[in-house]
Structure formats: C-alpha cells, structure tokens
Design a protein around this ligand. Structure first.
Ligand code: PLP
Length: 372
C-alpha cells in the first residue's frame, strides 16, 4: 500500500541525528526555557528572514497569541473584524473567535485555493483591523493587492504559515511577508516535530516581547505577571528535533517540487483538474516557491475516485471535507453561502506527496489516475 504520508519513514531518514538530539536533551536535565529553544528560535528566524521567532506549543497557539498580543497592545479590541479565507482549516477561525474578534469570510480563487485578493476590499468596514492570509497547501497567498489594502486601510497582515515552511516569493519567505506569522510544526507538516510545536515570527519588537510573555503565564520575569497569559511554550526536546530537521527542509521541499512537477506533467485525465495549472481566466499568477505541503486535485466524482484509488492500494485524504461555515462549532454561519468554498470542499482530493515518496510510487499513482 502507498500510504498518504509515512511519518516513520520520514523520521527514519534522520537516523541517528534525531535520537542523538533527544538523548542530548534527556541527559542535560534541562527541559523547558533553555538553550535548545533559544538556538532553534535564532536559526528559524534567520531561515524565515525575521528579527524575531518565539517558540510556542503549537500552530493554533501561535495564531491565538498574535491576536492576543495585538489586543493587549491595543491595536485590536473585542468586535473588531479580521478578514480570512472561507476555505481555511478551522484553526485560523478559532484563533480569531477565541480573542473575541469577528472573522469576515472571503471566498478563495478556485485555481489557487488561496484567498481571492480582489474580493477583499468590498468586505472592509470601519471595524476591520487585519487580514489573516493562509498559505494553503504550501502556496504563497500574499499578493500586491493585499499589501495595497493593508496600507490604505491600516490593516495588520497575519500569515497562517502552518502549511508553508520554506515557501518563498521573490526570495522572501512566507512568514516574513506580513506583520506577524504563525507556524505549526505538527508532525505531518513539512517541518514536523515529534509531537506538538509551533512558532511566531515577526519583525515587530513589541509584539514579540508581548507574545513571549503571554505564552509564559503573562510573565517576563519569574513570578511577576504583567498580563493574563497562558502556558504555551516550545519544549527543549521538540526544539532540538526541529533544529536537526530544519537543516534538510529545503532539500526535502525540493523533492516535493520534483514529485509535483511529475504529477503536473503526467497526470492526464479529463475528469481531473490539477492544481496550479495556469489558466487564461485566472486573475492571479501562480507564484513559484510553492512547497507542496499537499498536492490537491479536483474532480466532480471525488468519493468514487477516492474509493478507486483505495482499491489500487493508494491512500488519499480530503483537506477538508466540511468548510468552517458549515461546522456546528459556528452555528451562526451555517446558513451563509460560499459557493466556491463549498465546491472546493465537495471536489478536492489530496494524493500522496512527501520527500520520501519513491519514483516508482509516483509513477504508479500517476498511472492509476490516468487509467481512471
Ligand atoms: C496545522 C494547521 C494549523 C494548526 O496547527 P497545530 O500545530 O495543529 O495547532 C493552523 N492553520 C493551518 C492552515 C494548519 O494547516
């Protein structure tokens, strides 16, 4: 069987460096707020291209803490609006609503799956304080139009970079393109820990200081609590693991690009729409620098295709089956209509892609799709 993502094989490729890193921390006797985290934060900030990186417990917390810090600083307040793509993973929404801010959902462009920059301005009101762009599936969502709107209306651009570690646009990496970015190192992400982990990157000194305090009980100095914070820290073992894996992130992403290029050149089936194929009707150029966290195809017969591939021993997943506005977690949105988002959720299927996928497997998957 070809697994969708073989995490054991991915991490085995780092043997014995990962076990050495874990052992080093184990034997050090120091497990939180230590040198491993400090070193990883410095390396990751340098990699992304920002002045600051703050390690946190997971990707959702990274986004929660950014908006929490903007609230503490007074840039945002209860009831303010944050523009967000309607087809994002639920975490982006949860980070906004948890801070008593209001998500304003905007449809994506169906050819890129990213927020349609030209639908944003119509949704801006006097309460709009930010735009959360999500680099979905590993593709940059930043666009000159979004920059223009942020300047014109004084909006904060918050990047959800959970799926796009290493993605770049004109030599600048996602995570450095807005005012602050949340990163997830969930095991299945392109840079994955062996458990939960996340980070915030930013060039904003004040924001970085407040986020670090908020994630550590609201405290800059032990037992002195300036804010009502929470406990959301990156731990030493995960930081040591991430330090090992960061060194190979670019080459791993390049292997994903190779697989994606092969799929895009060789999958030929009139029932299947491939991602990122330039189309004259497209309003957005397809940016280079895509890191292919997911290779997402579309078909009107999604469930049948998924079953067919399963019979051929090819595991696929759906990212995501239910859009946020149709979830019972957000009953007030259930009657809203976002036709492009709904179409995406009905039609998408993610086929296997990873740095350890073999040429022969890529070929088998392609042949199966062509024979469908
Ligand atoms: C994974 C993910 C998150 C959340 O990250 P966790 O580390 O699982 O909390 C947020 N946004 C997007 C788009 C994601 O894919």
């Amino acid at each position: 069987m070809i697994k969708f993502l073989d995490l054991k094989a991915i991490n085995d490729a780092f043997d014995p460096e990962l076990s050495q890193a874990v052992n080093r921390v184990l034997k050090s006797g120091w497990y939180l707020l230590g040198q491993e985290v400090k070193t990883f934060e410095e390396e990751y900030a340098a990699y992304i291209g920002t002045r600051h990186c703050v390690g946190v417990a997971n990707g959702l917390d990274a986004l929660r803490l950014i908006l929490g810090a903007y609230t503490v600083i007074g840039v945002m307040k209860e009831g303010d609006e944050i523009i967000v793509p309607a087809n994002t993973y639920i975490a982006s929404m949860l980070a906004i609503t948890e801070n008593r801010l209001t998500p304003v959902l905007v449809e994506p462009d169906i050819s890129t799956f990213n927020i349609d920059p030209f639908l944003i301005e119509a949704k801006i009101t006097c309460r709009t304080k930010g735009v959360m762009i999500v680099h979905l599936y590993g593709q940059n969502a930043m666009h000159p139009e979004i920059k223009r709107l942020a300047e014109k209306y004084d909006l904060k651009i918050i990047e959800d970079n959970a799926q796009a570690q290493g993605c770049y646009d004109h030599a600048k990496r996602t995570g450095s393109l807005g005012h602050a970015a949340g990163h997830s190192f969930y095991p299945g992400k392109n840079l994955g820990a062996l458990g939960d982990a996340g980070a915030v990157t930013t060039n904003d000194d004040q924001l970085s200081t407040v986020i670090r305090a908020l994630g550590n009980y609201g405290s800059k100095q032990k037992y002195v609590n300036e804010f009502q914070g929470l406990n959301s820290r990156l731990d030493e073992i995960q930081a040591a693991i991430l330090g090992v894996k960061l060194k190979r992130l670019d080459s791993d992403n390049n292997r994903r690009r190779e697989v994606a290029r092969y799929y895009s050149a060789n999958i030929k089936n009139s029932k299947i729409i491939l991602p990122g194929i330039p189309d004259p009707a497209m309003k957005i150029e397809v940016f280079e620098g895509h890191i292919w966290h997911l290779y997402v195809i579309r078909t009107a017969e999604r469930d049948r295709l998924q079953e067919y591939l399963a019979e051929k021993g090819i595991q696929t997943l759906i990212h995501y089956p239910i859009p946020p506005h149709k979830q019972s977690a957000y009953p007030d949105w259930n009657s809203l209509s976002f036709p492009i988002t709904e179409k995406i959720h009905r039609e998408v299927l993610s086929i296997p892609i990873s740095p350890i996928l073999k040429d022969e497997e890529v070929c088998r998957i392609t042949e199966a799709l062509n024979a469908y």
